[in-house]
Design a protein around this ligand. Structure first.
Ligand SMILES: Cc1cc2nc3c(=O)[nH]c(=O)nc-3n(C[C@H](O)[C@H](O)[C@H](O)COP(=O)(O)OP(=O)(O)OC[C@H]3O[C@@H](n4cnc5c(N)ncnc54)[C@H](O)[C@@H]3O)c2cc1C
Length: 402
């Protein structure tokens, strides 16, 4: 039976093409000039933001496999993991955090519409200085208060590593709302930038380590993941209305922090594969006018072929996310994928180190990839340890007896 080319095309194809066109017609982005609002609004106007939000009750326009493909395409086309991470965060926060709290008010629906139009940027504030995102060590708190103006919450404490923090219009802030000494309960709050009692501490780097202590600013062009920037937040009796609390009380760590880590890792696999393609594209452009030795060509080709295999891994992560949700099985899969990505990147860098004067673009991409592969590193290491431990505790069903 004959099928038309259009019928064979995967549904994501139209969006992938639309994104490529929109990126080629987008305002120029300067790496050192902060997050590019005009570029962001352009994507919103082209209908390429909020694709995974359900804005009108008819379901999202893109599922996770499509979002993952688009993230990979954006990373390859722009050569910028910072822009891609910003775009992915917008999709994740809209679908998994703000749009799924179960108590969508008009305030929440309006925010989702503004995010999809490129008019509002949202940052997620979970991690804290010297605490990472470990629930036992998180301390930023919120207490309920009732006064003549009604019920409100008062936030106190610090947050760090907030991606797109300096540009954000709104933050989703996780805070401890109960602590009996054994277990903490967390709630999430929407906090507008500029709310009295909230101070922003822009960070020069991408939060490798804490950003509580102001570090000497490096040359802006050298900042990792630029033009995406990061920030710390300081709350001092910062009052937010009761209606700004997202979702069922006391459940925010399990509802937001845990699943978002898994969703982000699954989508990042695709974004990183796209950035690796950009690295190889740049290397091939550099090599074209030279006469590389056969051994070098073979190493280049091997990296290219491995990327096709890694793309299949990335697609599988996104398919599992769509089918199973962000559970333990996918978290383990992500930990394995990250190891593969780290090995590929190490091989690329060892090849690049044999060549002189490759230029800043490849070095910047490599730095960004390394940084992204380091997000929540100890969560992945915990998964590796648990997998090793399980192997010794149980006889796996496919183990061949000696
Ligand atoms: C480029 C970059 C961007 C970042 N952007 C943000 C951001 O926008 N917002 C933000 O809040 N943080 C952000 N972070 C911080 C990041 O999420 C981690 O908190 C930070 O990298 C420290 O991670 P860690 O694994 O070393 O330590 P921790 O996060 O402290 O993890 C230590 C242990 O805590 C447990 N744990 C912690 N979190 C989880 C979880 N979700 N699920 C299961 N177990 C968990 C695990 O047992 C883990 O081994 C960013 C970091 C980087 C490098």
């Amino acid at each position: 039976m004959k099928t038309s080319a259009a019928a064979e095309r995967p549904p994501a194809e139209g969006l992938v093409r639309a994104l490529r066109q929109a990126l080629r017609g987008a305002p120029v982005v300067a790496r050192e000039a902060g997050f590019p609002r005009a570029w962001w609004r352009h994507l919103g106007e082209q209908g390429l933001l909020g694709l995974s939000f359900d804005l009108d009750g008819r379901g999202p326009r893109a599922d996770w496999p499509t979002i993952a493909r688009l993230a990979g395409g954006m990373a390859r086309e722009t050569g910028s993991l910072g822009l891609t991470l910003g775009w992915m965060l917008n999709e994740m926060l809209g679908r998994c955090v703000i749009g799924s709290a179960g108590n969508e008010s008009e305030r929440v629906r309006a925010l989702l519409r503004r995010m999809a139009a490129g008019q509002a940027i949202v940052g997620l504030a979970v991690s804290e200085p010297d605490a990472g995102a470990h629930p036992k060590r998180l301390r930023c708190s919120a207490r309920r208060e009732q006064d003549a103006q009604g019920e409100r919450w008062l936030l106190d404490g610090s947050k760090s590593h907030v991606s797109n923090g300096p540009a954000a219009d709104v933050f989703v802030v996780l805070a401890v709302t109960a602590d009996d000494g054994l277990r903490k309960a967390f709630d999430a709050f929407l906090v507008e930038a500029g709310t009295p009692g909230l101070a922003l501490q822009p960070s020069a780097g991408a939060g490798l380590g804490t950003i509580s202590a102001p570090a000497p600013a490096p040359a802006p062009a050298a900042a990792v993941l630029a033009p995406l920037q990061h920030a710390g937040l300081q709350f001092e009796a910062c009052a937010v209305p009761a209606g700004c609390r997202l979702g069922a009380g006391g459940t925010a760590f399990d509802r937001i922090a845990r699943p978002v880590r898994v969703v982000e890792d699954a989508l990042l696999t695709s974004a990183v594969v796209g950035a690796m393609h950009a690295e190889l594209d740049a290397l091939a452009r550099w090599l074209r006018p030279t006469q590389p030795a056969p051994a070098l060509l073979r190493r280049l080709g091997a990296l290219r072929l491995e990327l096709d295999a890694l793309q299949a891994v990335a697609d599988q992560a996104a398919r599992r996310l769509e089918a199973e949700g962000p559970g333990t099985g996918l978290a383990q899969f992500n930990a394995g994928s990250r190891r593969l990505l780290e090995r590929w990147q190490a091989e690329f860098e060892s090849l690049a180190a044999t060549l002189d004067d490759l230029g800043d673009a490849i070095a910047a991409l490599s730095r960004d990839i390394r940084c992204v592969l380091g997000i929540a590193r100890s969560v992945g290491e915990t998964r590796q340890f648990e997998a090793g431990q399980r192997m010794l505790l149980t006889e796996e069903s496919d183990e061949v007896p000696a």
